[in-house]
Design a protein around this ligand. Structure first.
Ligand code: SF4
Length: 377
């Protein structure tokens, strides 16, 4: 994908592999768990990209690797600055990186930073640019800290804010934007409902005015009515602050409401990435089509007949050869078992990894078997 002038984050061939040691009689074997395997995409300024897939597909690992919460095995994450050329720090030495630190603002003005080459103080200085909202609003708040201290924590940790009055002013500003009362700031987390706690988490994530936030299943633990409130709050904050979101979820209807583009992940690889409308109404990958068929409809008379994929999602320790979806795909042919499909742009901004994507003409309300290519097994 070629970066466009409004690109904020560019992810290139990102891979995260975890070595797993298994003890056998007299020897230790090391297997590689390929949680994420060569993922490429971009996120624009002020855009929300939804990331969907079954449990264990690697969604959270993608989000955390972009934030450098875990170190990737391979690939790059380039953070771009507005309308300027890029600075590639990919091969800079430690000494050169240290020099860049003093010119951090200059570097940002002039171009992009490869997040995966930042370390130590340089990484700490960069942290406020990106943030995370966790799934569980109960366990992600320290019960011994007041709401004021929880929200202020990123400012204090960054070391950029020493003046308490300035910190308090910023905390009050973001709390008001997240629809929290000033009196809430003196209380402890146990005094709040799930929805209010998630507002506190969002305020903490946005207090340092980040350009990019990963929302990792951030509404999954909430009641449906509260989910709608939080989604609306995130959209309002995006309009006001121009922040970009990576919105990780397994509830496709919430992803559709929230996202401008959506990526579908299967066993550590992207299978489809497209603008939300295209992906929801004209998917080109059989896995996307199967996921969409499982979205319940509010119309009691509508035909609801979700596609039931055979078997379970494969273990990433032993990912299938060729197309990773071939063990469950209703349209798999012999070629799919041996040859991995290329990641290609089928239509403007519509990327897919399937040998036969052109042959499919899925409709949201059609069964997969009605529209697959001839000769499917
Ligand atoms: Fe199915 Fe083959 Fe396409 Fe994979 S490449 S999704 S197995 S048809």
């Amino acid at each position: 994908m070629t970066p466009k002038h409004d690109t904020l984050i560019e992810v290139k061939d990102l891979s995260v592999h975890f070595p797993i040691k298994t003890r056998k009689l007299f020897r230790t074997e090391v297997q590689m768990l390929r949680a994420v395997d060569g993922v490429s995409f971009d996120i624009k300024r002020g855009e929300t990209v939804g990331l969907v897939g079954e449990s264990g597909s690697g969604k959270t690992t993608v989000g955390r690797a972009i934030l450098r919460a875990i170190d990737p095995t391979d690939g790059e994450v380039i953070f771009h600055r507005k309308n300027k050329g890029d600075i590639d720090l990919a091969h800079a030495s430690e000494a050169e990186l240290r020099k860049v630190r003093s010119k951090m603002n200059m570097a940002f003005r002039e171009g992009g930073i490869n997040v995966h080459n930042l370390a130590g103080d340089l990484l700490r200085a960069f942290r406020p640019e990106m943030s995370l909202v966790f799934q569980d609003p109960y366990s992600s708040l320290n019960p011994r800290m007041t709401v004021r201290d929880i929200i202020a924590e990123p400012l204090v940790a960054s070391g950029k804010f020493k003046d308490r009055a300035k910190i308090d002013a910023r905390v009050r500003e973001i709390a008001a934007r997240c629809k929290l009362n000033l009196e809430h700031l003196r209380r402890f987390p146990h005094a709040f409902s799930g929805g209010q706690r998630q507002r506190i988490c969002i305020a903490r994530a946005l207090v340092s005015k980040p350009k990019f936030v990963v929302c990792d299943e951030s509404v999954s633990a909430l009641d449906v009515s509260i989910q709608a409130e939080i989604v609306n709050l995130l959209k309002d904050l995006q309009d006001e602050m121009g922040v970009s979101f990576l919105f990780i979820a397994h509830d496709l209807s919430v992803v559709a409401q929230m996202s401008h583009r959506v990526a579908v992940l299967y066993v550590g690889k992207f299978v489809e990435y497209a603008p939300t409308e295209k992906l929801f109404f004209a998917p080109k990958h059989p896995y996307t089509h199967a996921l969409l068929s499982a979205i319940p409809t509010a119309d009691p008379d509508a035909d609801f007949d979700p596609i039931r994929l055979k078997g379970e999602i494969p273990n990433p320790l032993a990912a299938p050869s060729g197309c990773r979806f071939h063990t469950r795909c209703p349209f798999a042919k012999d070629r799919c078992k041996t040859e991995a499909p290329a990641w290609r742009e089928l239509d403007t901004d519509h990327f897919v990894a399937c040998h036969f994507a052109e042959d499919f003409n899925f409709d949201r309300h059609q069964k997969a078997s009605q529209s697959g290519p001839k000769g499917a097994v």
